[in-house]
Ligand binder design. Sequence first.
Ligand SMILES: *Cc1c(COP(=O)(O)O)cnc(C)c1O
Length: 450
Amino acid sequence: MAENSSTAGVSASESNPLNAQWFARGQAVTPGGVNSPVRAFGAVGGTPRFFVSGKGPYVTDADGKEYVDLVGSWGPAILGHAHPGVIEAVKMTASHGLSFGAPSPGEVQLAEEIVSRVDAVEKVRLVSSGTEATMSAIRLARGFTGRAKIVKFAGCYHGHGDSLLAAAGSGVATFGLPDSPGVTPSIAADTIVVPYNDLAAVERVFAEAGDQIAAIITEAVAANMGVVPPAPGFNAALASLCQANGALLIFDEVMTGFRVSRAGWYGVEAATEGWKPDLLTFGKVMGGGLPAAAFGGRADVMDHLAPIGPVYQAGTLSGNPVAVAAGLATLNHCDDALYAHLDSTAATVARLASEALSAEGVTHQMQTGGNLFSIFFTDEPVVDYAQAKAQEAWRYPPFFHSMLNAGVSLPPSVYESWFVSGAHDDRAIDRIAKALPAAAKAAAAASPTT
Ligand SMILES: *Cc1c(COP(=O)(O)O)cnc(C)c1O
């Protein structure tokens, strides 16, 4: 399995003296040399690139090599790197002070922007990470319902909060940890894990324990086990199951929010189908590259939060002025034209990658959820985590390194979505297109043991 093939696909021609030095220095003082596990290249082998700058669709590493970036900070770089409007807003705001520990106008403006885009959000609270958003939403759901249990789906990732770190997808899958040590059995016991897209399984859980379930939490589109879209009607059925049983539906849009449409996946699906999740969580895009995230939804539920309700939640840097300014400036540019560009660019890159693999006879599925997409090396559409894990994941490391050598930075795990930005233009796409044939050959030549 790819998880264990630590040097798979590493080309002898790679030469990164400065990246390697930074990695060695990092490993001496930080576990694994990185501050978030997937960055360590554990699933693909080789030396992680230490980026020193980014501009538009490009990033440059410590050795001065430039790459077309298809990670985009895992989503926030939706306008491309160092977008002048965002940088200007950050500089302006920073020059007036970095944080007050008191309310400031930008927080209200960002909350208004979120409420105006997503009509299921009547009230919203700002936090600093997606993890904090989902943790807080879960606490609120438990406080509101007076119930303990949470239903989550295998392969969905909701950040690293204890009660959500069961069968949690990419990061955990990449490192082969079924569950994390340090999460106590009593906490895990309140989390019920169900296969994604398996409505019958969710119905069975509710038939058995419906009166103990505080909430279902689901990714709006599962995109942390590779991209696995919800089956038509699946999310809507979750909403009505929750409603029938007095539980809340928490729609995790940390990745999809403000990326797949101006109102996220909610805008693509729920708003057109006429149903609403009770709570939604956001992060990534809404911080524009700085730490800002949020949870929001029904006003009667949100009003259970302190200071007007009994459910405690707080943050020294919540609504930080500079982070909020970056988020607002980013969302100001997230208009219909941007989403049209993201959709067509994603479709083009996905088609080019799929065509290159097909030309080499590599069996694969290119799966999409809005403008999110990823490859599975398997012959059938993937609908859940068991299927995602059963793919020929060992074809990805050589594919990844071939692209990296050719100047294209892909996510360093087959279980992650690819991200495009408003700055990905014909020149960037051309570089991707030129890199793909050799990478597809490398994937074709891969074997489980290399
Ligand atoms: C990234 C992500 C999170 C966690 O957000 P962090 O800011 O990394 O804590 C939660 N849910 C989903 C769906 C995500 O993609």
